[in-house]
Each structure stands twice: as C-alpha cells, then as structure tokens.
Design a protein around this ligand. Structure first.
Ligand code: NAD
Length: 394
C-alpha cells in the first residue's frame, strides 16, 4: 500500500485538532456532506491558479478551502515567494495542502527571490520538523519500478526526514575567500540535542506502528553532527524494547536501497540525507508521481505535499501524474485532521482506479490505458463518488 500505516501521533496534537473542529461553528461557504459533519479550514497552495474550482467532498467531513499565493505565482503577483498573508493563513488553518513550487522562469532569481526559498520559509514558519515519506510498491505497479520484480515486490518503506535543521539552515553559511584568495562557498551541518530527540521520537513512534524496525542513517564515521545524532537516537531507542534499531552510513544506505530495499521498514535521517534517500526510494516504487508526504510539528497545522517538484519539463501538457497530490490529501485527512476513514476512502479510490487499468505516462505499461493528468483525477473522483453511492445504499 502507498498508505502510511495509521499512526495516531497524539503527541503532535492531531486528536486535539479533531476535537477543536467538532466544537467550531461551521462556516457558510463550504462543502458539507452530512448533518454531523466535522468542519476544518484547509489552506491550498497550488503554486499556480486553477482553471476550475476544486470541489472535494467526503462524507462526514466538512472542508472549507482558501487558496493563497506561494512560490512563482506569489513572486509574479507580490514580488516575494511567501507573502506574509499566505503564511498567516496557513498558520491559522487546520492543515495545508501544497502543490509544487519552482520553474525555469525563476531559476536565475537571487536566492531570497526563489520559489524554493518560500518553501523553506513555509516549513520553518509552520515549525514542521518531521517529514514522513512513504515509499511502497503497489502490486499494480511492480513493473513500473526501475528494479527487478523480485527486488521491488513487497517493498514498504517509511522515510522520516528531519526537515527544519541541518545543513539547509545551519549557520554560518555564505560565500567567502580562502587564504589563497580563492572564492569559496560554505554551509554548516549542525544539530542540537532537542532537534535530534524530537525527530527520533517521531520516528520511533512511526516504527512502532509499523514493523518495529528503525534504521538510523548518518555519516558518523566523518561528521560530528552525525556522531551526536547516533548517540541520541541510540539512547532514545533503548527505552523501547519493541524497537529493533540499526545504524547505517548514508553511502551504504544509498546502495542498500537499490540492492535489497525490503530490508528496510522505517528510516530516520537528517535533512539532506533524507532529501536524497527519499527521492531514491521513490524510484523503487515506479514514479515520483505516486508519492505523497506529510510534514508535521509539535503543534499547529501540518503541511501535506507530493514529494515531486513542479515538473517544468512536462508542465501544461496534461501529462503529470496527479496521484501523489491526491494521496497527499489522504495523508492530510489522516495525519492533519485525524479523519482515518476519509483517508482510507481516497486511498481505496486510487487503488481501484489503478485496478481499472488507468495510467499516466510515468507509470504506463503495455496493456493498460494511457490517460492524462485531468482524466486520471476525474477517474479517482468518479470512484470516490461511486463508493459514496454504495455506502448510501448500504
Ligand atoms: N516541494 C516542491 O515544491 C519541490 C520539490 C522538488 C523540486 N521542486 C522544484 O521543481 C522544479 C523542478 O525540479 P526537478 O526537475 O528537480 O524535480 P521534479 O520533481 O519537478 O521533476 C523530476 C522529474 O520527475 C518528473 N515528474 C515530477 N513529478 C511528476 C508527476 N507528478 N508526474 C509525472 N512525472 C513527474 C518530471 O517530469 C521530471 O522529469 C525546480 O524548480 C525545483 O526547485 C519543488
């Protein structure tokens, strides 16, 4: 299954969010599906404007959407990649669903005016330090994997990536000159004990709900930050006898993910290693276009987004696979709102759509039906609607 195993991260405030939603007065303009619907505010950051309004609906759950500018569209409209208004709206909502940012148009912008800077600001602004990235090979898509069937079949990995620390944020950073007068660029890989402890706790909790195996990936043979990382993960995991902890250097982990990915259950790692390894893991599953992610913090709304970027090479051609974004919405329902049943329904609709044989180009194989992004989305929606009709009859 692509789906994350249900992990009630109560320590991260999810159940509180659901209780608050149940008590909140319902908004006027919203999608409302039953008399007892729980109501949530969702901020949508599509990265571009949609031609048509979104109209998702899920029985028992009332979702009110507000769309805000972010990334390239925000740069064009306001001159900054993350307008204050967008961050304020995101903070004020129950969950945030992000499309993808970036594109050739802004590639040569100064760093503070790049769409990517807005994304880092959003993650930091929401305090979402834990990024959960499932990579599982669906039986329907085994042949889309770049690996041999016998290696890919049954792979089910969760990468827990630290998201707001390490070399992407560490200081000092910048450009300088060395003592030979040569230009240099430098960054700092730095982690504090509280930063390591909180991500390790999330990973332990996730692993306990899965198969209990946790592999911590680092470069402790070279990097001091990794030595501290290993020490703290070991100390915390020792409190949980049901956790089987192992450690692996990142270079070996990159190799093992291709050689024998089934050995992994849950992987916990720092920001930069997680960035790279989760993309590598995604290819085992067939396509980056299939993979959702959840980013959560200690409190406040979570950020849910596909792991892929804006795919500028196929932009506007109706070729992109929408399933990673649809599955991100399922993660939003499960991890952001605690709406497990609604999440399951979306995931089941995705599976059923694949069972019907529909494939976008990135996961196409002979004998299946090649469809575009729009059609794939419509087919999933149709399946959700038909589930609803069956549920009503029953
Ligand atoms: N979280 C984000 O918003 C995010 C993440 C990564 C990259 N980016 C940005 O996206 C832009 C492009 O980056 P990139 O090319 O390195 O990564 P990318 O993920 O956009 O594309 C990598 C490759 O995967 C393909 N691909 C991606 N998503 C797909 C989908 N849904 N269906 C089918 N194929 C898909 C693309 O066509 C491309 O060949 C850059 O500006 C980058 O900064 C944004």
């Amino acid at each position: 299954m692509v789906a994350l195993q249900a992990t009630p991260l109560k320590t991260l405030g999810f159940s509180r969010r659901r209780a608050a939603a149940a008590a909140r007065p319902r908004p006027m303009a919203s999608f409302r599906c039953s008399a007892s619907a729980r109501s949530y505010n969702i901020t949508l950051l599509p990265g571009k404007q949609y031609d048509e309004p979104l109209s998702p609906s899920t029985t028992g759950v009332e979702l009110r959407f507000q769309e805000k500018l972010m990334g390239g569209s925000a740069l064009d409209a306001t001159g900054v990649p993350l307008p204050e208004e967008t961050l304020a709206a995101a903070r004020d909502s129950d969950a945030v669903l992000l499309g993808a940012i970036g594109g050739y148009k802004w590639d040569n912008n100064e760093k503070h005016l790049k769409p990517e800077t807005g994304l880092l600001q959003l993650r930091a602004g929401l305090g979402v330090f834990a990024n959960l990235r499932p990579a599982a090979v669906l039986p329907q898509l085994v042949d889309a994997s770049t690996l041999k069937r016998e290696v890919a079949e049954g792979v089910d990995i969760m990468v827990v990536r630290e998201l707001t620390g390490g070399i992407y944020f560490g200081k000092p950073r910048g450009f300088g000159t060395n003592d030979k007068g040569e230009d240099t660029g430098f960054n700092t890989e730095i982690y504090s004990v509280p930063e390591i402890d909180r991500i390790a706790r999330v990973a332990i909790e996730v692993a306990r709900k899965r198969r209990g195996k946790l592999c911590s990936v680092d470069k402790a043979n070279v990097l001091e930050a990794s030595m501290l990382w290993r020490k703290r993960v070991t100390a915390l995991a020792s409190e949980f006898p049901d956790i089987e902890l192992s450690h692996m250097y990142v270079d070996n982990a990159a190799m093992q993910l291709i050689r024998n990915p089934k050995q992994f259950d849950t992987i916990v790692t720092n920001n930069i290693f997680g960035d790279i390894l989760s993309d590598e893991a995604s290819m085992i599953t067939g396509s980056i276009g299939m993979l959702p992610s959840a980013s959560v913090g200690e409190s406040g709304p979570g950020l849910f987004e596909p792991i892929h970027g804006s795919a500028p090479d196929i932009a506007g051609q109706d070729k992109a696979n929408p399933l990673a974004t649809i599955l991100s919405a399922a993660m939003l329902l499960r991890y952001g709102l605690g709406e497990e049943n609604a999440a399951k329904r979306i995931e089941a609709a995705v599976i059923e759509t694949l069972n019907h044989g529909f494939r976008t180009g990135d996961i196409y194989s002979p004998g299946t039906t090649l469809v575009g992004c729009k059609r794939m989305g419509e087919e999933v929606l149709k399946t959700v609607e038909s589930q609803k009709a069956v549920a009503a009859v029953n």
